[in-house]
Write a protein that binds this ligand. Structure first.
Ligand SMILES: Cc1cc2nc3c(=O)[nH]c(=O)nc-3n(C[C@H](O)[C@H](O)[C@H](O)COP(=O)(O)OP(=O)(O)OC[C@H]3O[C@@H](n4cnc5c(N)ncnc54)[C@H](O)[C@@H]3O)c2cc1C
Length: 281
């Protein structure tokens, strides 16, 4: 299908983008990997698209003061190949490398993927495990949104009309942390039937810190706190992983029934935790 007609602009500054977004009738356009298909299917019909690709610096990736800052327009390929991320935040680079195919990774962006909030998207699991923050800008100023407050439901975030994700901020992991992202690919698109992001720290045989982010399993990504607490309480990895489905209303679709997804989640959680533990340097 052909999208409804719309206006298009490509401002050369962030201030101009925010001015044009201010009345809430326009939508930001990042990589267009999700927005354009939705417009063609007429699931979305914005009056105006504001192309973010003309804003200099919105794709920067840098580390300072113990925080990695990733500009919203950084592509998945930029994340997977970033020396800064590979050194300071390998979980985010690993997650990016698991997205879709080469074309999607060359075009899609971290900010667009986060704002789209697909329940099978990869980044939300990693961003939850990393306790990321979002610098959100609008014509009224900026605010910081904790990742736990961003994802509201499938395709729904706490962003207000006129707001833009400017930057994603992630605390730098220290050398005693092991991380891993594991997913079961949906064969046609590459989306996560389930995806598990793990960040753990160990002192001798004891796990002293655990963060487990889960995507694909439910209508929105979430932290599996039952798994985290079981690891901290000294339960075996297998017993802790078995708790990933606790209280979860699992998705069921043509790709996987709820029961099968729960099975995949348990197995993938166990594998991801073991891989993260094996990576602790
Ligand atoms: C064939 C295919 C396979 C894919 N496979 C995967 C996969 O395996 N894993 C995965 O996670 N994803 C996958 N994706 C999705 C891909 O990662 C997209 O890039 C992503 O969902 C959207 O990013 P985008 O930059 O293209 O955003 P766009 O499509 O341009 O925008 C998406 C939404 O976010 C809004 N938006 C964009 N940027 C911002 C911003 N900075 N602030 C606020 N709102 C903003 C837009 O207005 C729109 O509503 C796939 C997509 C395709 C087409």
């Amino acid at each position: 299908m052909i999208a409804n007609s719309f206006e298009y602009s490509k401002p050369a500054s962030l201030a101009e983008v925010l001015t044009q977004l201010a009345d809430g009738s326009a939508k930001p356009l990042a990589g267009g990997m999700s927005l354009i298909p939705m417009m063609k299917l007429r699931l979305s019909s914005p009056e105006k698209l504001i192309d973010l690709s003309g804003v200099p610096g919105l794709d920067a990736i840098a580390e300072s003061g113990g925080t990695v800052r990733v500009g919203a327009m950084a592509t998945h390929h930029a994340l997977e190949s970033s020396a800064v991320l590979r050194g300071k935040c390998p979980l985010l680079a690993e997650t990016a490398s698991n997205i879709g195919d080469v074309q999607v990774r060359n075009t899609g962006t971290l900010g667009g993927a986060a704002a789209h909030a697909d329940p099978s998207a990869d980044y939300p699991a990693a961003l939850l495990a990393l306790e990321a923050k979002f610098l959100v800008a609008s014509s009224k100023g900026t605010r910081t949104v904790d990742v736990k407050d961003l994802f509201v439901d499938a395709l729904s975030t706490s962003l207000e009309p006129g707001e833009l994700i400017q930057e994603i901020q992630v605390p730098v992991d220290d050398s005693k942390v092991g991380t891993c992202y594991r997913k079961v690919f949906q064969p046609a698109s590459g989306y996560a039937t389930v995806g598990i992001a793990v960040r753990v720290r160990q002192d001798g045989a004891k796990i002293t810190f655990a963060r487990v982010g889960v995507t694909g399993l439910a209508s929105k990504a979430f932290r599996a706190t039952a798994v985290e607490n079981a690891l901290l309480a000294g339960k075996s990895v297998a017993d802790a992983a078995a708790l990933v489905n606790n209280g979860v209303d699992a998705n069921s679709d043509i790709h996987a029934s709820a029961e099968y997804r729960k099975h995949l989640a348990q197995v993938t959680t166990e594998r991801a935790i073991n891989a993260a533990l094996a990576r602790i340097a």
